[in-house]
Write a protein of this length. Sequence first.
Length: 99
Amino acid sequence: MTGAGESWLRDGLDGVAGVESVLWVRGVDYVGGWRSARESADRLNRALLGAGFELSAVRAVASADESGRGVVRVTGWPETADRLAALLEALTDHDGCAW
């Protein structure tokens, strides 16, 4: 799920410092964790696109932690994060639950 090319990967939303700089440990399945996270990130990115968000402003990013577990982070510009938060808040009831 990359949208219109790969340029969005380097548009300033790479604020996950240190994740890629972790030393890899032999025998840890980082790829399996990343694949799982990538599927979830792709699904979330499709939902963001469907809700009218631009992936250049907010997106889900897949990675793996030091133990190989998949991790999905949402990264974006503050004003877009506020818009996403408002959308999610509108879906919740007064007790903070969407269902």
